[in-house]
Design a protein around this ligand. Structure first.
Ligand code: ATP
Ligand code: MG
Length: 263
């Protein structure tokens, strides 16, 4: 199904001592984790814990209060602007909400990033856009407008657009929010095949526990109460032996405040 390879190997990503704040309000402090090339990391935690904020620091949209986000050893935020731009071209991003341009067809939406970069011809862009739409199962919907397709299809179109520039790292903020269980499962399979065939690393923010267990190699749990992240670990390890009752309850979908009756 896929015949192309990512032109650049996925970088190793090292987040060290990352502290994120809005004005004087600290959201998360001293966050550490690593994304090995070709691996899938899930950022998890309650609503408002800072998942999207950390993602924004990783893609270059929000400067950290302190700490570093290094790609192959080079800190993004202390690199010169030209290096940052070059690096950011290797990112594919699906934002929370994942808005598409409503007046453009799906094909035109996928073409847009290529057009903005200005390399290649219209014909190249169209071919590439059709390939990407095919990858996410939307070959037949290329000429439709976002309003003419379902929510799940819009998510997949957003992923096709994030893939337009052959990213070596894919950042996805809540890609399965609002999808039915089967669509959500298909999205997991799509992400696993993208990792396999494009060799891309994936950083995903998700509330979908089934997805976390199905696709994440490791996960980082953000605890809004303490404004700290727990040490990165495999999802099953955190669920069974996580260092705090909260993370174990979170991954078991239990209410940590409710006393459980003895089995
Ligand atoms: N631009 C901003 N200015 C001020 N505070 C912000 C801003 N963006 C986010 N915050 C605050 O930072 C905290 C973390 O927000 P963030 O969006 O990262 O949470 P999240 O973990 O992604 O939540 P959700 O699961 O609901 O998407 C929240 O308390 C939020 O109100
Ligand atoms: Mg968010």
């Amino acid at each position: 199904m896929f015949d192309d390879r990512s032109p650049t190997r996925a970088p190793s990503i090292e987040v060290r001592g990352l502290t994120m704040a809005f004005a004087a309000r600290v959201i998360m402090r001293d966050v550490d984790f690593t994304v090995k090339p070709g691996s899938i990391l899930a950022l998890i935690g309650g609503s408002g814990s800072g998942k999207s904020t950390i993602l924004r620091a990783m893609v270059g949209l929000l400067r950290p209060a302190s700490g570093s986000v290094a790609y192959d050893g080079a800190d993004y935020w202390s690199s010169p602007p030209a290096d940052r731009t070059a690096l950011a071209r290797r990112f594919g991003v699906l934002f929370q909400g994942g808005a598409l341009w409503s007046s453009l067809t799906l094909e035109e939406n996928v073409i847009l990033p290529m057009q903005m970069l200005g390399r290649g011809t219209r014909r190249d862009w169209t071919t590439k856009a059709r390939e990407r739409l095919e990858m996410v199962g939307l070959a037949d919907a290329a000429a439709r407008l976002p309003a003419e397709i379902s929510g799940g299809m819009r998510k997949r179109a957003g992923i096709a657009r994030a893939l337009a520039l052959d990213p070596s790292v894919l950042f996805l903020d809540e890609p399965s929010a609002g999808l039915d269980p089967i669509a959500s499962r298909r999205l997991d399979d799509l992400l696993l095949s993208l990792r396999e065939h494009l060799g891309a690393s994936i950083v995903i923010v998700t509330h979908e526990l089934a997805s976390v267990f199905a696709i994440a190699d490791t996960c980082v749990f953000l605890d809004a109460g303490t404004q700290t992240a727990l040490p990165q670990d495999r999802p099953t390890e955190l669920r069974d032996h996580g260092p705090t009752p909260l993370v174990r309850a979170f991954l078991r979908r239990e209410d940590p405040n409710e006393r459980r009756s003895a089995p």
